[in-house]
Design a protein around this ligand. Structure first.
Ligand SMILES: [Zn+2]
Ligand SMILES: [Zn+2]
Ligand SMILES: [Zn+2]
Length: 342
């Protein structure tokens, strides 16, 4: 069984151990297991949305070769000075549409709301499990038809530990709140809206901006203007979800004009229901943390790391990126679907 090991110097959790073999041995080359008619090639659905004809339109299931196991306990233990535990967790795939080679940005806003609603519901469900301390929602969009890479999907990953990057965000947001009694991201939004040179788009409820120290060209964050620590609770109301989906879709449409390959991560609050949090850790979390979506397009040849220390080099300052992205406003109506052959 795989293990989660803590690297004590950086406090980074690492999964070690063999990943089960992908059952792709049974899948003929050129067949996409996420396409309608191939449901037998994936585990049975955990959650499905169906259209009027009864056909599924969004479908969630366990990863075909999960590194994490949902059964049993974490069995947190030590080995000398080191910490480790079983690779307990849940890794789910949300196939966002029946159509192969159509990205979320190219789907109608109502459908984007439906797909995001399934992701939200999976987070809410997994957070009822007090063994899980965090539920990640992310998306790696790389087009390579006809494999699964050419079929729009998101990933939901529940873990008994906090990913190191979100843990750092929680810590620094808490630190800011302790000093100033204000949410760090609300402060950021106040400054960014007063002088909107890094703002890409904004409406009554949501904002899209290029963060001051963008890590990569055209990095964009999408977040609510009103304070909320939780993506899944903030968007529980379907009308608000629809409003977010329309805004998010248009942000993706802009980004896709820069690059159709992109990485999306939703940063939301940890599972406050989980067992074993040190006392007082999240006392001010709902006030000090502000959920957001981080979108990083892959701009070939322009993303550079300096050494391996997490220091980034970005040749395009956020103000210039915002200027470009502002000009890439989506045309009214949905863009034409992508060519399924590409
Ligand atoms: Zn497909
Ligand atoms: Zn806030
Ligand atoms: Zn973040």
């Amino acid at each position: 069984m795989s293990e989660l090991r803590l690297e004590p110097v950086t406090r980074r959790w690492v999964v070690t151990g063999q990943r089960p073999a992908l059952p792709d041995g049974h899948v003929a080359a050129g067949v996409c297991p996420f396409c309608p008619g191939n449901e037998h090639l994936t585990p049975k659905a955990i959650c499905e949305k169906r259209d009027a004809s009864g056909a599924w339109s969004v479908r969630a299931f366990h990863d075909r070769a999960p590194i994490f196991r949902i059964e049993g306990g974490a069995n947190r233990r030590g080995e000398g000075m080191y910490d480790l535990m079983n690779a307990l967790g849940a890794h789910e795939i949300v196939v966002e549409t029946r159509e192969h080679a159509v990205s979320l940005a190219h789907l109608p806003a109502e459908h984007v709301a439906l797909a995001l609603g399934v992701c939200r519901d999976r987070i809410l469900d997994l957070k009822q499990d007090e063994r899980f301390r965090y539920v990640s929602l992310f998306k790696d969009q790389v087009w390579a038809a006809p494999s699964v890479h050419g079929h729009a999907h998101a990933q939901v990953l529940a873990t008994p530990v906090l990913p190191v990057f979100v843990e750092a965000e929680f810590r620094w947001c808490q630190f800011h709140f302790q000093k100033k009694d204000r949410c760090l991201l609300c402060d950021m939004l106040r400054q960014e809206t007063e002088d909107p040179k890094r703002v890409v788009d904004q409406n009554e409820h949501f904002i899209a901006l290029c963060p001051f120290a963008s890590r990569s060209p055209y990095e964009m964050w999408v977040m609510p203007l009103s304070h909320s620590s939780s993506f899944e609770r903030d968007l529980k109301d379907e009308e608000r979800m629809r409003a977010f989906a329309a805004f998010y879709k248009s942000a993706l449409e802009r980004i896709e004009k820069i690059s159709e390959s992109l990485h999306v991560a939703v940063h939301t609050e940890p599972n406050l229901q989980a067992k074993g949090w040190p006392a007082g850790w999240w006392e001010t979390l709902t006030e000090d943390f502000h959920w957001h979506v981080e979108i990083n397009p892959d701009v070939e040849g322009q993303r550079r790391y300096l050494g391996s220390g997490g220091l980034y080099y970005n040749p395009i300052p956020a103000e210039e990126a915002a200027l470009v992205l502002r000009a890439l406003a989506p045309e009214p109506g949905s863009p034409a679907p992508r060519d399924p052959q590409t």
